[in-house]
Ligand binder design. Structure first.
Ligand SMILES: Nc1nc2c(ncn2[C@@H]2O[C@H](COP(=O)(O)OP(=O)(O)OP(=O)(O)O)[C@@H](O)[C@H]2O)c(=O)[nH]1
Length: 617
């Protein structure tokens, strides 16, 4: 155990700041728990499985969304050290948060499952860590598994980061074998933080979390000077000033301290109630005699993917608004504004960092607030230039301009896929079908390939991931990163029911894919919408040009058909029931559409199967 009192300043030369980069399930939480135990921060008794992943959804979906950051004492050769473990979110949508967590560290443990090898997301985060000049400590986990192939993957790692295979540490986070060596390596290999203790305070916010009882808890890494309790601080991006109510460290529970000095990591509480007042990447300084220049790298969170969220039961609308208000307290990247849809009623147009962010938000709304939601097909942000020179930013198909369009730009992403080499053909076929351009291909080992594609982001947000999984039997992993925009021939496809456009189904697609989208939606709706008493054409159109058509044939649904004889009360009951059912119908023109038809038509489940290449299982 360290002889440094937990709560006083630590000299920078005794501090090591590191994070763990790992793929989902490669054992990051288990390793972190093991480290807490080994350093005595968490007693065996209190050992709680995956102490660091607190949110339910994280646990269920097996992903780490928000960081928890712990101080660990560790002694090497008689010298006491303080290690700060900074937890990084693992998923692509949170790349910016990952980059800020990395910026708070001098070193990173690259943790790889010895039975699986490196995956695309890990590779992307590794490159990010290398860009930040972090010292990389390569570690193979799960060496206790019979299926582990440490020699093979040690070679793979050595090749990737340019070290010798013998330098790759081998551990079992489960049994604890080798974990002490990892802590030693952190002390020996990771450089101590550098900073100017006499300069005005500058600390970087790398995470901020809303806590119901305490308001926003902000995690910081001090770069210069020091932060002490009872001082007033300024957020450099907005100039807003706050009184510091508490400064402290996490070990593993929050403990107030005398302050944080150069290189130290801890939290601060100011009483603000909304994470947007304490943004990731921002610089904290003193209100008086503060720093003049903020730390580099701050960026406003920018939504990349938009979708409409609607309550299935229209009367839940106020509840949805309240729920979004609450979620936003803890999520600076979530944006929303009210919108109305002829088909779906009142809802919100929401902006997300990416698809996973959308899914998590939706799952939380449904679970934590007991809401039943429909989400419209996600779309990205388009820049449209009209012939008269007007420029528009379109985040919603319904805002697509009617006028003559000169040019449309769409965002593109650099996408990395790692998969066993037998799937290269299937992956290429998928990416090419999605307007992808191959940037390069490398063999990581004999049988594993890394493919690099540039793809329109709009193609990725539309069930690309499901497709990739189904074509590679779940073996591929992928990551993407936005990478500018490109001009494209995009059009808006409307879906019409009896000549009336149904706004919820409008989509912006590439001209070459318009027919396929139109036919798919028209066929789906023909199957989902019950027959009416008259014939209903389902059409897909670009502007006024019809590109596909299906027909729902006419029928009268005779609920009394099963009633023999003249039992009038029974008849009435059935008619009442039919009336009740009709309440759940939306009327588009004269066509009655059950709510379930919208839900089913908007879900992409099942599409993956349809789209599968022939001859493959
Ligand atoms: N056999 C074996 N299993 C391990 C080892 N380390 C972790 N596991 C298991 O691997 C699974 C995933 O471990 P986690 O620690 O939850 O993985 P993670 O990377 O933190 O996953 P996320 O939090 O979802 O990102 C769990 O079932 C662990 O028990 C190990 O060294 N050996």
């Amino acid at each position: 155990m360290s002889s440094f009192a937990d709560t006083t300043f630590t000299p920078p030369e005794r501090i090591r700041n590191f994070c763990i980069i790992a793929h989902i399930d490669h054992g990051k939480s288990t390793l972190a728990d093991r480290m807490l135990q080994l350093t005595g921060v968490l007693e065996e008794r209190a050992y709680r499985a995956q102490y660091l992943d607190r949110m339910d959804i994280e646990r269920e979906r097996g992903i780490t969304i928000k960081a928890q950051n712990v101080r660990l004492p560790w002694t090497v050769d008689g010298a006491d050290h303080v290690l700060h473990m900074i937890d990084t979110p693992g998923h692509v949508d949170f790349t910016y948060e990952v980059s800020r967590s990395l910026a708070a560290c001098e070193g990173a443990i690259l943790l790889i499952d010895a039975a699986q090898g490196i995956e695309a997301q890990t590779l992307a985060n590794l490159y990010l860590a290398m860009e930040h000049d972090l010292q990389i400590i390569p570690v193979l986990n799960k060496i206790d598994l019979p299926a582990a192939e440490p020699d093979k993957y040690a070679n793979e790692l050595a090749h990737l980061i340019g070290c010798e295979p013998e330098d790759v540490l081998r551990v079992s986070a489960k049994t604890g074998e080798g974990v002490d060596k990892v802590l030693d390596a952190v002390v020996n290999d990771v450089p101590a933080p550098e900073g100017d203790a006499d300069s005005p305070a500058r600390a970087m916010i790398f995470d901020s979390v809303y806590d119901t009882y305490r308001g926003v808890v902000t995690y910081i890494r001090v770069v210069d000077g020091k932060i002490t309790p009872r001082q007033r601080i300024r957020m450099m991006s907005t100039g807003a000033t706050h009184e510091l109510l508490e400064v402290g460290i996490i070990s593993p529970e929050p403990k107030p301290s005398e302050g944080l000095g150069v290189g130290e990591v801890g939290y601060l509480i100011t009483g603000v109630k909304d994470v947007r007042q304490s943004k990731v990447g921002d610089t904290v300084t003193a209100e008086k005699k503060g720093a003049e220049e903020p730390l580099p790298g701050y960026r406003e969170p920018k939504p990349m993917v938009y979708s409409g969220l609607y309550p299935v039961d229209g009367s839940d609308y106020p509840l949805l608004r309240e729920a979004l208000d609450k979620l936003q307290l803890n999520d600076a990247a979530l944006t929303y504004e009210p919108e109305t849809s002829g088909a779906l009623g009142f809802g919100f147009r929401c902006g997300f960092l990416g698809l996973l962010h959308l899914e998590i938000t939706r799952a939380r709304l449904e679970r934590e607030f007991n809401l039943n939601l429909i989400s419209t097909a996600p779309n990205v942000v388009y820049e449209v230039e009209l012939e008269d020179g007007t420029e528009l930013v379109v985040t919603n198909p319904s805002d697509w301009p009617e006028g003559k369009i000169k040019e449309v730009s769409e965002p593109v992403a650099k996408c990395t896929v790692i998969a066993p080499s037998e799937f290269v053909g299937a992956i290429m076929e998928l990416c090419q079908g999605r307007r992808g351009q191959l940037g390069g291909m490398d063999y990581l080992s004999e049988d594993r390939v890394e493919l690099r594609y540039t793809l329109p982001l709009g193609e990725i947000v539309f069930d690309f991931f499901d497709q990739l999984k189904s074509r590679t039997r779940g073996y591929a992993s992928m990551d993407y990163e936005e990478s500018g925009t490109q001009a494209s021939n995009l059009v808006k496809v409307d879906i019409l029911l009896q000549g009336e456009p149904v706004d919820a189904f409008s989509a912006i697609v590439h001209r070459d894919g318009a027919y396929a989208y139109g036919t798919k939606m028209a066929t789906k709706l023909r199957e989902l919408i019950p027959r009416q008493q008259f014939e209903v054409p389902v059409q897909a159109a670009i502007g006024s040009r019809i590109i596909a058509r299906e027909t729902i044939r006419a029928i009268r649904k005779d609920v009394l058909a099963k009633c023999y004889g003249g039992d009038i009360s029974r008849k009435r009951k059935l008619l009442e029931k039919q009336k009740e059912g009709k309440k759940k119908m939306k009327t588009i023109g004269r066509v009655e559409v059950p709510q379930e038809a919208f839900v089913a038509a908007l879900s992409t489940d099942g599409d993956a199967k349809e789209d599968k290449p022939k001859g493959k299982k």
